[in-house]
Design a protein. Structure first.
Length: 365
């Protein structure tokens, strides 16, 4: 029944889009319909498809807790958009996925100070930042989808630290209002993420993965870590003023394509990376209709990437992968990370592959 509902809703979506595009979407109502339909079929990061509540994602906590990897959730939901160095340690809500005495996977609360002691061990660390309309409680299974894509490909016995970065992105009333409010909220969230990254030891191999609006959070954090500022935000009182380059992956990134160009809003982001992977899809509804929520006909990075010529000396740090054929008309995270090729690209970026695997992937590229 769910499959039939999905097929019907997608067919209705396509028919409505064609009808509105024939009118060239000149009216405000036409724009609202397109944006609404984009959300309907995945613009809300795939969790409100067809206007129905999503089926519960399999948390599979027991299976995840039995692995050698360290899995955490760090949430800023309780502190909102506060950008205060003094309040961060007390405001962050942290949990670790562990096994109880009976072997069940459970989430154990811990303080940021306790979590910081775990960072002393320089494990390869991945921070996943989710997108819009992700409720508390859904953030864990949602984030574990990306983790599973990495865990099933990495060599056995190679542990990683995986952190789900959760921010206040629950649905707000009004589609356009929701989209714009969350866009504005990603700035403070980027500052909060940059503050947390600054606490990590310099020798920690680090990859930031941003999905949808999470991509905007990641580029903002990178820009701040490189010494930049935007919208009155600046990272002061640095623990590590000079951080070695890290890696970043942006999946269907809901951030203006121009923002990572040198001199632009997040123009110093590429200074802080040695590699940035852009996974794009010009059939993704949220990418296709992104520009309708903002002034001008802006395009997101997740639609078609960016012209390397506009990046100057940083052009060779960006790798662009077109996922249109692999994912199609979907904005669901699972459709991206479950694809074998895209999963391999992400795995290669995190650099958990053996030397033989790395060479084989380089040859295919």
């Amino acid at each position: 029944m769910e499959r039939l509902t999905s097929l019907i809703s997608r067919a209705f979506f396509a028919a409505c889009v064609r009808a509105v595009e024939r009118r060239r979407a000149r009216s405000v109502s036409g724009l609202a319909v397109i944006v609404a339909l984009g959300y309907w079929l995945g613009g809300g990061d795939g969790l409100q498809a067809a206007g129905f509540d999503p089926p519960p994602l399999p948390a599979a906590a027991d299976a995840h807790a039995t692995r050698v990897d360290r899995i955490y959730l760090v949430s800023t939901r309780a502190m909102g958009t506060a950008c205060d160095c003094g309040a961060m340690a007390d405001g962050l809500q942290c949990e670790e996925l562990v096994r109880d005495p009976w072997g069940n996977g459970v989430w154990r609360q811990l303080s940021w100070t306790e979590l910081s002691t775990e960072f002393a061990q320089p494990l390869p660390t991945v921070v996943f930042v989710h997108g819009n309309r992700i409720d508390a409680g859904v953030d864990k299974p949602h984030g574990l989808e990306c983790y599973d894509s990495l865990a099933c490909r990495k060599p056995s016995g190679v542990p990683i630290r995986y952190i789900i970065w959760s921010w206040p992105s629950s649905k707000a009333p009004g589609i356009l209002h929701d989209y714009r409010v969350k866009a504005a909220r990603t700035g403070p969230v980027a500052w909060q993420l940059a503050w947390a990254v600054d606490q990590l030891p310099l020798e920690t191999p680090l990859t930031l993965v941003g999905y949808s609006y999470g991509g905007r959070v990641v580029t903002g954090a990178l820009h701040l870590l490189a010494g930049g500022d935007f919208a009155g935000l600046h990272l002061e009182k640095r623990v590590h003023p000079e951080r070695p380059p890290i890696r970043a992956a942006l999946l269907a990134a809901a951030v203006h394509e121009s923002w990572i160009r040198p001199g632009n809003v997040h123009g110093r982001a590429l200074e802080q990376v040695d590699q940035m992977l852009l996974i794009n899809n010009h059939r993704d509804p949220a990418m296709r209709f992104y520009h309708l929520a903002f002034a001008g006909r802006v395009r997101p990075l997740g639609y078609g990437g960016i012209a390397r010529a506009s990046l100057g000396a940083f052009a060779d740090r960006v790798r662009i992968v077109d996922a249109t054929g692999a994912v199609g008309r979907s904005h669901a995270l699972g459709d991206y990370v479950s694809n074998s090729r895209l999963g391999a690209e992400l795995h290669h970026l995190v650099n958990l592959a053996t030397p033989v695997e790395s060479e084989a992937l380089a040859e295919r590229n």
